[in-house]
Design a protein around this ligand. Structure first.
Ligand SMILES: *[C@@H]1O[C@H](CO)[C@@H](O)[C@H](O)[C@H]1NC(C)=O
Ligand SMILES: *[C@@H]1O[C@H](CO)[C@@H](O)[C@H](O)[C@H]1NC(C)=O
Ligand SMILES: CC(=O)N[C@H]1CO[C@H](CO)[C@@H](O)[C@@H]1O
Length: 454
């Protein structure tokens, strides 16, 4: 996928990241791929200083340059994340333009392509003013893109004031969403449009047909109905993933960091037997649910690896760590990708964020979802009823009984075998998609062409 590309004339691409959540790292990953494939094109990567400083910037191609954009926050800001997002949007529309101009002057090349996160819908107008093309990255799956693309239709059909009584209604009026309930949709779809994020996501849906290309880290075969529906709606609709399966990204895993010996431990377990619970830094369910997980693990007696930040370990039941010393391990850090790929891996417990879902699919491992916000509910529902590779925890929160039930179904019952085999099939399709002449491979070439052409 990194075949050298020779543009007719050197070009300059401005990449603008959405500096919150987990949006910027995958966008930098894609920029890295594009920049290696087009070594004479310059990529100026813009994000806030804080977001920039959290990115791994080692071994970047020389034709990527970093720039900070203002975060719009007043000195000593202590507000909530939604407030920070609000202020960023207010500042970004005007200030990003100025930063782009400064970068153009600095390198003496005009920006010919504006490559932005889809959340930054205002870039559609900016691109027109700058006489640049607009290429858009959607940092999640086709399912949530569909929900936002059809925001107005969903709001009108269901009725914003009636939504509370219609949570179980199906979105059958949208192709590919027949099995999706109103309650699975991201909260922004029915959100108050006076707030920054619901407004931005609705505006995005309206603006996307103007983009020269819309691309995402997924593969067409995962969502054939959604793909068919989107293709005629956008100039280019390009699934280019799963990026994690690309040789160029996996080669970089030179050294695997495994300070707690998880890989040694999992080697000794039988195939498809281990439950892996991956709680990262940002999103952890409330303490009561951590207790429920611990109790469920203990009573189920299944081997487990639980990645849990040290500060959350105080919430574990008294004596849990001692009693389960033989059964499993609780570690502050685990080599997730390698663990998921291991044949002893039985099930991945996660919040169903897009990157995690794709990791699970790429490894062919069934999942248990505990949605927290945004696209999680939709991803979890797709995993359960569309792809049939997992379960969402009952009532959306961990209880001892609910967790035991999920573990039993997936690890010991026929339903679990079916999920495992479906997950394996998706993994094979994903591998094929990113291989030479696969759908994602071809789509990447189209994306490259859109981004570097002058
Ligand atoms: C799910 O896994 C991701 C890493 O892929 C991690 O960052 C996140 O915190 C996990 N979430 C939960 C709730 O397990
Ligand atoms: C990919 O497609 C090209 C053009 O159709 C063909 O020449 C080539 O042999 C194919 N390569 C593989 C590995 O399938
Ligand atoms: C990846 C990278 O180069 N990040 C930079 C983003 O900007 C901050 C502040 O200017 C730098 O400290 C980072 O190194």
């Amino acid at each position: 996928m990194t075949k050298p590309y020779e543009p007719t004339r050197d070009s300059h691409v401005a990449v603008l990241a959405f500096p919150f959540g987990t949006h910027a790292p995958p966008l930098l990953g894609i920029t890295r791929l594009l920049a290696s494939a087009a070594p004479t094109t310059l990529f100026s990567f813009f994000s806030t200083a804080q977001s920039n400083s959290s990115l791994h910037s080692s071994d970047l191609p020389e034709n990527i340059r970093f720039h900070d954009v203002p975060d719009g926050l007043p000195e000593g800001f202590t507000g909530s994340p939604p407030e920070a997002i609000e202020l960023f949007y207010e500042a970004a529309t005007e200030k990003c333009r100025r930063e782009f101009a400064a970068a153009e002057t600095e390198v003496g090349r005009e920006v010919k392509c504006l490559l932005t996160d889809a959340f930054l819908w205002f870039a559609a107008d900016m691109a027109v003013e700058m006489k640049a093309s607009w290429v858009v990255f959607w940092a999640s799956g086709a399912n949530s893109l569909t929900a936002h693309f059809y925001t107005d239709l969903i709001r009108e059909t269901i009725g914003v004031s009636e939504v509370d009584g219609r949570m179980e209604d199906m979105l059958g009026f949208i192709p590919g969403m027949e099995k999706i309930r109103v309650k699975d949709t991201p909260e922004e779809v029915f959100g108050n449009l006076d707030f920054a994020l619901p407004n931005a996501l609705r505006q995005m849906g309206l603006a996307l047909p103007r983009a020269n290309a819309v691309f995402l880290n997924s593969f067409e075969e995962l969502d054939p109905a959604l793909t068919r529906n989107f293709k005629p709606k956008f100039k280019h609709y390009l699934n280019i993933g799963p990026l994690a399966l690309l040789p160029s990204t996996t080669q970089e895993e030179t050294q695997i960091c495994d300070p707690h010996g998880c890989l040694d431990w999992i080697k000794k377990r039988s195939p498809a037997s281990v439950v892996y619970i991956g709680f990262g830094t940002v999103m952890t369910p409330p303490p009561g649910e951590l207790v429920a997980i611990a109790q469920g693990l203990e009573s189920s007696k299944v081997p487990f690896i639980w990645s849990l930040k040290e500060r959350n370990m105080v919430h574990l039941p008294k004596g849990f760590l001692d009693r389960t010393r033989e059964q499993g391990m609780v570690v502050p850090w685990a080599p997730q990708v390698q663990l998921l790929k291991h044949e002893a891996m039985g099930v991945f417990v996660n919040h169903s964020g897009w990157n995690s879902v794709l990791e699970s699919v790429s490894a062919g491992v069934p999942m248990i979802g505990r949605p927290i916000f945004g696209d999680h509910g939709l991803n979890g529902r797709f995993a359960e009823v569309v792809w049939e590779i997992g379960m969402t925890i009952c009532d959306g929160v961990f209880t001892k009984e609910g967790f035991e039930k999920c573990l039993d179904q997936i690890l010991f019952q026929d339903a679990g075998k079916t999920m495992k085999s479906n997950a394996k099939k998706l993994k094979e399709q994903a591998q094929k998609a990113v291989s030479v002449n696969g759908s994602s491979f071809e789509n990447f070439m189209v994306l490259l062409d859109e981004v570097v052409k002058v």
